[in-house]
Ligand binder design. Structure first.
Ligand SMILES: [Zn+2]
Length: 174
């Protein structure tokens, strides 16, 4: 799976509008990691792992929100990722002329490290800027901006874009 796609799917394990969360417990996290090839079935996740995964996810969502120009606490978000990266023993490697990040930890922690490795690689190759969180406050769904000028702000212009425009219109004419 493409790197950005993997991160996008991870961030979208929570649907804020529906109020659903695939990483709500240890089982959910384990299932997600196994399904995406980041952990094996015998690796048992704990509820603490799931809590860490959710914190990492929301930190990523904050950083992706910055890609549409929103003000976010990048330092706080980075600190959350940094702690998770250290827990996973993430190290920098050079493979085949490219930079790679490899988690030393195994099991669930290593699985989350694998996801952070994908983030590191996306930042290193510049594709990271194309991954964004929808600017709609109630949505914040992650999407990949493939527009040539990389100007997309909403996951779906027809839904979130128009809703946002309508809200701005109402505010201006209130
Ligand atoms: Zn949206």
């Amino acid at each position: 799976m493409e790197t950005l796609e993997l991160i996008r799917e991870f961030v979208n394990t929570a649907d804020l509008e529906e109020g659903s969360d695939k990483l709500v417990d240890a089982r959910g996290l384990q299932h997600w990691l196994v399904f995406h090839g980041l952990a094996q079935l015998r690796h048992r996740a704990t509820d603490a792992d799931a809590a860490e995964a959710r914190a990492v996810r929301e930190a990523l969502r904050d950083l992706l929100s910055a890609h549409t120009g929103l003000e976010v606490d990048r330092e706080l978000a980075s600190r959350t990722l940094d702690i998770a990266a250290r827990n996973a023993g993430l190290s920098v490697r050079f493979i085949d002329g490219a930079i790679a990040f490899v988690p030393e930890a195994h099991g669930t922690t290593g699985g989350l490290g694998g996801l952070l490795a994908a983030v590191g690689e996306a930042i290193a190759d510049g594709s990271w800027q194309r991954l964004k969180a929808c600017r709609s406050e109630s949505c914040r769904w992650a999407f990949i901006d493939n527009a040539r000028n990389r100007s997309r702000q909403w996951c779906d212009m027809a839904i979130c874009g128009n809703r946002e425009k309508a809200r701005n219109f109402r505010q201006r004419h209130a």
